[in-house]
Design a protein around this ligand. Structure first.
Ligand code: NAD
Ligand code: LMR
Length: 330
């Protein structure tokens, strides 16, 4: 039976790109907002990619998704964000081999101010924004600064892919299913300075360092593998991660909309209010718990001197990024 719910509008920018191709079909099939929630896709692209986008639209139509209530394609920001409840900001240039994500700041930073303004002016009053385009934390900071009327708790940048990567590395090392790993928080920037906090994570309910009694591996190879995973994928594929990134978008949104299970947390970058001494206003990767409508930073987690040093390093990098794009902030 067809759903009687009012369709929700979901904007995806860069919709003709790699991540778009892996993401749109999952949204249209109900994996983002649920199996009885109709969606209208609002797809933003730049003019040169409109023809390719039309091809993607033909494919979406050819799936005859029962929940897909409409598709709008546009290169106009106003049309893209009109009445939208979820703004998934993917569109931007990915890095190439040998680059750090922050090398994209000058290339991509300029995209996000106008998008922030358009979200503030045209989106639905319940809009939530997830920034995926890199460097996603600082791009989110830029967009938010241009949308002061959209409350702080609506802004997210994506550190979920890092969480998923870290969980799999721990599960493989411990020889357990990935479902045994919990509380796997990514602190700071979605970059090679991020800190995957194995100290507070658990496997089968026990602290990770107790289950994997190899401190050298945890402090060394584990962290480096997670930090460098994006670069390794670019080296191997010749293109940056796409299906796993799209999967992390779905996971991120689901984890905001669903209550976090007891004894767990999810990794999302949110606007800092000074938690754990992080300067206010930075878009910072934290352990988060959702009650299904509100997300909150998990407070009171202990950090060893090693962890504190890592968190300081990633904080310093985000401050440097903010200084580098000061002219793009409203
Ligand atoms: P892609 O090049 O395949 O697609 C990007 C699309 O964005 C292109 O179709 C392009 O035309 C479009 N675009 C460019 N400027 C635009 C603008 N101003 N408005 C709207 N659309 C625009 O890239 P991709 O592989 O899909 O990756 C997209 C971004 O996501 C990159 O910045 C990449 O680094 C980032 N990414 C982030 C994560 C994460 O975990 N946060 C993971 C993977 C990729
Ligand atoms: C990733 O983590 O795979 C993405 O951010 C792409 C990249 O540049 O690493």
């Amino acid at each position: 039976m067809a759903s009687t719910k009012t369709p929700m509008h979901v904007t995806v920018t860069g919709a003709a790109g790699q991540i778009g191709y892996a993401l749109l079909f999952r949204i249209a099939s109900g994996q983002l907002l649920g199996p009885d929630q109709p969606v209208v896709l609002r797809l933003l692209e730049i003019e040169p990619a409109m023809a390719a986008l039309e091809g993607v639209v033909m494919e979406l139509e050819d799936c005859a998704f029962p929940l897909l209530a409409g598709i709008e394609t546009t290169s106009d920001l106003k049309v893209a964000f009109e009445g939208t409840s979820w703004a998934l900001l993917v569109g931007s240039v990915p890095r190439k081999a040998g680059m750090e994500r922050k090398d994209l700041l000058t290339v991509n930073g300029g995209i996000f101010g106008p998008q922030g303004e358009a979200i503030a002016a045209h989106a639905a009053s319940d809009v939530r924004v997830l920034v995926v385009g890199n460097p996603c934390n600082t791009n989110c900071l830029i967009a938010r600064s241009h949308a002061k009327d959209v409350p702080d708790d609506r802004w997210f940048a994506m550190t979920r892919l890092d969480q998923n990567r870290a969980e799999t590395q721990l599960a493989k090392r411990a020889g357990v299913p990935v479902t045994e790993v919990a509380q796997m928080a990514i602190w700071g920037n979605h970059s090679s300075t991020q800190f995957p906090d194995f100290e507070n994570a658990t496997i089968g309910g026990r602290p990770v360092p107790e289950v994997i009694a190899d401190e050298a591996w945890l402090r060394g190879e584990f962290i480096t593998t997670v930090q460098q995973r994006g670069a390794e994928i670019i080296k191997a594929r010749g293109a940056s991660s796409a299906a796993s990134a799209a999967n992390a978008v779905i996971d991120s949104v689901r984890s905001i909309l669903e209550p976090t299970p007891a004894g767990d947390c999810v990794s999302l970058s949110v606007v800092s209010h000074g938690e754990y001494g992080v300067p206010e206003g930075l878009v910072f990767g934290y352990p988060i718990r959702s009650d299904g409508s509100r997300c909150q930073v998990v407070e009171g987690l202990p950090h060893s001197p090693f962890a504190q040093e890592k968190i300081q390093a990633t904080t310093a990098e985000l401050l440097e990024e903010r200084a580098a794009i000061a002219d793009l902030l409203a």
